[in-house]
Design a binder for this molecule. Structure first.
Ligand code: F6R
Ligand code: ZN
Length: 202
């Protein structure tokens, strides 16, 4: 019987879940994120020597009858490019049932959330933290710690993941390393109207 038709059970320590359940592992290296980090000079310098692994997504896509649920574990590694911490690309959800659940297993991070019209907020992510992400908020995870940030996400399989909007305009805010620790700053090149980028810097 297909795994998706059975009940799934996993220990609360999600790190042991990784090798057991996932049927697809997607590595995301700096090459995949080179246009997302703001310090392009550092991106070029790092890529000239290496192509570091920024994160991996261990995923189970629902393929059974009815609506179902898909889920995945993200392992976001610690590190920085320039002063920006390693992050996931980030995306909006569109389509029906676009909400999502995040549960943090380990590590220290920030969840950057934003609406299409530029409202932005951050939430702290620590072990055991659970976040309900409503469908209208784009989400990006940022590892501000020194360990891997490991979290589970659960979403409806009919969600359309919209990456293009974030790829084109970024998030309104950046989370950067400063002498005082992690700091959230305005993104100087964010624009809310992708058809008219020059007139709408924050
Ligand atoms: C799914 C979801 C997460 C992310 C994962 C990687 O809706 O939000 O599973 O897909 O953390 O981030 P992205 O997809 O932005 O590269
Ligand atoms: Zn999502």
């Amino acid at each position: 019987m297909d795994m998706l038709f059975k009940a799934l059970s996993s220990p609360l320590d999600l790190s042991s879940f990784l090798s057991v359940h996932a049927d697809k592992v997607t590595p995301r290296r700096l090459t995949h994120l080179k246009d997302y980090f703001s310090d392009r000079q550092t991106v070029r310098e790092v890529l000239a020597k290496d192509d570091p692994l920024i994160y991996e997504v261990w995923e189970v896509e629902y393929a059974g009858p009815g609506r179902g649920l898909s889920y995945g574990m993200t392992r976001l590694f610690p590190g920085t490019i320039g002063n920006e911490y390693f992050f996931t690309r980030g995306h909006f959800h569109s389509g029906d049932l676009g909400d999502e659940m995040y549960v943090v297993n380990s590590g220290k991070g920030v969840l950057l959330l934003s609406t299409r019209d530029g409202y932005c907020e951050t939430l702290d992510l620590t072990a055991g933290q659970m976040v309900y992400v409503p469908s209208h908020l784009a989400h990006r995870t940022i590892n501000i710690g020194t360990e891997e940030l490991l979290f589970l996400s659960v979403w409806a399989p009919n969600i359309v993941h919209d990456y293009d909007t974030i790829a084109e305009r970024g998030f309104p805010k950046l989370v950067v390393a400063s002498p005082n620790g992690p700091e959230t700053i305005e993104n100087p090149v964010f624009f809310t109207d992708k058809n008219n980028p020059t007139t709408k810097p924050l």
